[in-house]
Design a protein around this ligand. Sequence first.
Ligand SMILES: [Zn+2]
Length: 141
Amino acid sequence: MDAPSAAELEANPVVQAAFAAAWANSLIDDPQFRHEEGGYIYCDPATGDTGDVVVRRARPGGMLYLNLDSPPTVPGSYLVATYHTHAFPSALGHDPSPSSDDYEEADGSGVPWFVGTEAGVFVVGPDRRVGGLTGPPGYPI
Ligand SMILES: [Zn+2]
């Protein structure tokens, strides 16, 4: 079974709420405590691409970094995407768009990566989980 596409995930209210919470928690306006937030998005093949999507937060990251190396297992579900914020303001000279590392790691992970920024949400990597809702429950490759 195909995993949901990045566009389908981005339209999902659970995903939208997770993006909004991560952005709010990133404290972009706080010079001392602004940091990256994010996590993992899962889908249950029993409910398929129109069904249950659940989100697990990662531990908060640093000003320009978030560790997405260890997706927790959600029983019965497969990892279908990651998301993280870029919380450094462009007014301070930092480009908010996805970094070269984001592109590289997303391509290597086999799932789409969403990057929430002050310029909107970007998607990098594959359009949907490579290989569908089968294989290892975390990153498929
Ligand atoms: Zn990034």
